[in-house]
Design a binder for this molecule. Sequence first.
Ligand SMILES: C[S@@+](CC[C@H](N)C(=O)[O-])C[C@H]1O[C@@H](n2cnc3c(N)ncnc32)[C@H](O)[C@@H]1O
Length: 308
Amino acid sequence: MGLFHFLRRKKQHLPFSWEPTMPVLTTPSDEVGVDARRRRPDVPYLLPYDEQERQRLDFQHFLLRLVLSGNCFAPVHDLLCRGGNVLDVGCGTGKWGQELATAYPKAHVAGFDVEDMQRTASPLLNYQFYQGNILNGLPFASHTFDYVHQRLLVAGIPLDTWPWVVAELRRVTRPGGWIELVEMGTTFHHVGPATQQWIAWWRAISALRGIDASKMSQIGLLLKQAGLWNIRAETKTLPVGSWGGRIGKLLAQDMLSGWPRTRPLAQTWLGVPAEAFERVMSQLETEWNSYHTSYELYLACGQVGSHE
Ligand SMILES: C[S@@+](CC[C@H](N)C(=O)[O-])C[C@H]1O[C@@H](n2cnc3c(N)ncnc32)[C@H](O)[C@@H]1O
């Protein structure tokens, strides 16, 4: 028996305390965009899904871990040392959850995403992936998880759906458990004309899907409105460009890898000529360094009341 089958068999006997309560999704037949990268036709999510995007997400994960000096903003270290069920919604390649599962071997971590990005089964026995669409609800029973983490789903959740999504995160969280949201918006400081232009295109593209990243500074308020307590919210202003040292360089690299892939949407949805788009892209890096551009990252966590 191959190692893969052995691990799969072992997984089936894990004492996981949750099982999907609805059928799991599968990846639909490939829908290739004009940039030859696949986007799903069945969700509003704006970013493509391919090998290059998987690499960008892993790169971005390491950048965020550096910015946060760790993987968790919520005060969950003691809880995870004892064990506990963790859910990572929109887990992408699964790096965050797999690192958590490694650091806290008594915890059980579930990654959930509309795409099966993991590609290979995780060798970790305390990490499991579930495929599904958060906008259809989470396939888990109420009060299943002690810690629910959702990072960078802004490009996939229409603004008016956010309260419903947070209510769904809360439903699956146990009394006394924590919810953590990490998001990026469209707030930059010290911006030049090329950056302003790209932000305007991105806002217009997003608006066509009901998405509004400019409201992500409100994620702490969203948790409050969902009835959570012990809320902690923080805005980190990060440098963009080599003027800002290591973090600045890494964030610029992340943006220079991600932003050009909005070109097909700008072209087909907004009618932006390819040359105009490329001209803006080519000016960004120099502009960030001469303006000393910075960018806001939002972190928020809160606890579900223990008497619910
Ligand atoms: C920008 S990536 C962030 C991935 C991961 N959270 C991270 O920080 O590395 C957004 C992820 O959300 C997933 N996603 C988008 N819309 C979704 C939906 N409706 N339901 C579940 N996952 C979704 C995408 O497939 C993608 O993996």
